[in-house]
Design a protein around this ligand. Structure first.
Ligand SMILES: Cc1cc2nc3c(=O)[nH]c(=O)nc-3n(C[C@H](O)[C@H](O)[C@H](O)COP(=O)(O)OP(=O)(O)OC[C@H]3O[C@@H](n4cnc5c(N)ncnc54)[C@H](O)[C@@H]3O)c2cc1C
Length: 383
């Protein structure tokens, strides 16, 4: 029996080259300007769509490429070259979370309305789970929709929503039958311009500067029943199922970015001189480089293990939770250590380590915190 060693085949590597060309020509050269402006134009979504990268995990009949998680992982790894965590967050929230969710759960009419233009980057989506009062404890969310004739009347608020201000539509998790516990949640597609829907509050942040992160408010918003996505009562389960992939995406992306910053730091420690020799020659710094390389490789292999499980259709909640914890902690440590190795220059914008340091900090928080991952693993291993 031959056990394959490489995760990706020739087709993936060709696709990787295509992704890299696009990212290095269309995204990276603008990253500094977009970070300074704390925004990037909607036009970028149309460019990503036109180049076909929003369709990676969308079936061909809706304009996608019908690719699997492996193809999506190639794109995620290459996105680390975009130079801005915020831009990547906006693009991938839409392309790799919202669109696959629509492909999986929306009905045919909704697919034509949101998925098809979404793949072209002509309609932009956002995901509304977190609220001002609850994040980790989603079960206790306060957003509620009551049936009135042919509409749902939605009240509540969502917090920290990526693409929040610009979104043409938001997948909003809310309670539709609170008395039914976990079976009382549904997902409503709330559209820009609906009366009572306020998406104007943009938030200032430590990192992800170019990303549009917003607070959304729903004040008696009448959402037509045609905008219920998936089955009524299944919203909580659907949201949890999709979080698994979101967490693995974060683990894959953070390790690819860590590798890039490690590479940059490797070059720096071999050229920067102190006391008559390159700083990388000091034992203490060599050990730092080795420890980081070891952590990155270990995290990458755990991520790939999760990918294999996912592709085989095997349950992997425990492994993905472990991968998210491990990758994000490695990334945190790489960010701190690489900044330290750059000395004062690490603190300066042009060395890019400071942006990575700020952007990477979110990984242990977003998409489920490290503490929540530990709670999940604890339950799954019988603690
Ligand atoms: C830039 C940014 C973009 C985001 N984008 C989106 C988005 O697009 N859509 C969306 O829905 N959300 C988004 N989020 C929200 C993100 O997923 C939440 O911030 C995260 O899930 C944590 O929720 P919280 O902030 O309410 O923290 P809390 O749940 O209030 O937690 C605060 C602290 O308490 C700890 N804690 C909570 N419960 C436990 C427990 N049982 N045991 C031990 N410790 C616990 C947490 O680990 C954390 O350290 C985004 C956040 C940011 C900052």
């Amino acid at each position: 029996m031959t056990i394959p060693i490489e995760m990706f085949n020739e087709e993936h590597e060709l696709f990787r080259a295509q992704c890299r060309r696009f990212i290095e020509s269309e995204l990276a050269p603008n990253a500094d300007a977009w970070e300074t402006a704390k925004d990037f134009p909607d036009e970028v979504f149309r460019k990503v769509g036109a180049a076909g990268f929003f369709g990676i995990r969308v079936p061909e009949q809706y304009g996608g490429a019908g690719g699997d998680h492996l193809m999506a992982s190639v794109w995620i790894e290459e996105c680390s070259r975009a130079g801005s965590g915020g831009v990547v967050a906006g693009i991938n929230m839409h392309g790799l979370i919202i669109l696959p969710a629509l492909a999986q759960l929306a009905n045919e009419e909704q697919k034509q309305r949101f998925l098809v233009p979404g793949v072209r980057g002509e309609k932009i989506g956002a995901l509304g789970l977190t609220e001002p009062g609850v994040g980790s404890d989603l079960f206790n969310c306060a957003s509620i929709a009551k049936r009135d004739g042919d509409d749902w009347v939605l009240n509540g608020a969502k917090m920290f929503i990526t693409n929040g201000c610009r979104a043409d539509f938001v997948l909003v998790l809310c309670k539709t039958r609170p008395e039914d516990g976990h079976g009382g949640f549904s997902t409503l597609i709330v559209e820009k311009g609906m009366k009572g829907f306020d998406q104007g509050k943009r938030l200032e942040k430590l990192g992800w500067h170019a990303s549009d992160t917003a607070e959304l408010v729903f004040d008696n918003v009448r959402v037509p029943s045609a905008n219920l996505m998936g089955q009524e009562g299944q919203g909580f389960y659907n949201a949890m199922a999709n979080l698994e992939w979101e967490r693995l995406m974060m683990a894959l992306g953070s390790i690819a970015a860590s590798q890039l910053v490690w590479d940059r730091t490797m070059e720096y420690v071999q050229t920067r001189q102190a006391f008559g020799r390159p700083i990388g020659r000091f034992q203490v710094n060599r050990h730092k480089m080795v420890d980081m390389a070891t952590g990155i490789e270990a995290a990458r292999q755990l991520n790939y293990h999760c990918l294999r499980l996912l592709l085989a259709g095997r349950p992997c909640l425990k492994e993905v939770s472990m991968a998210k914890i491990f990758a994000c902690e490695v990334t945190d440590s790489v960010a701190t250590t690489c900044l330290q190795l750059h000395g004062g220059y690490g603190y300066m914008k042009e060395y890019k380590v400071e942006r990575f340091f700020r952007d990477a900090r979110l990984n242990t928080i977003g998409g489920g915190t490290t503490e929540i991952m530990k709670e999940i693993i604890g339950k799954l291993i019988g603690l």
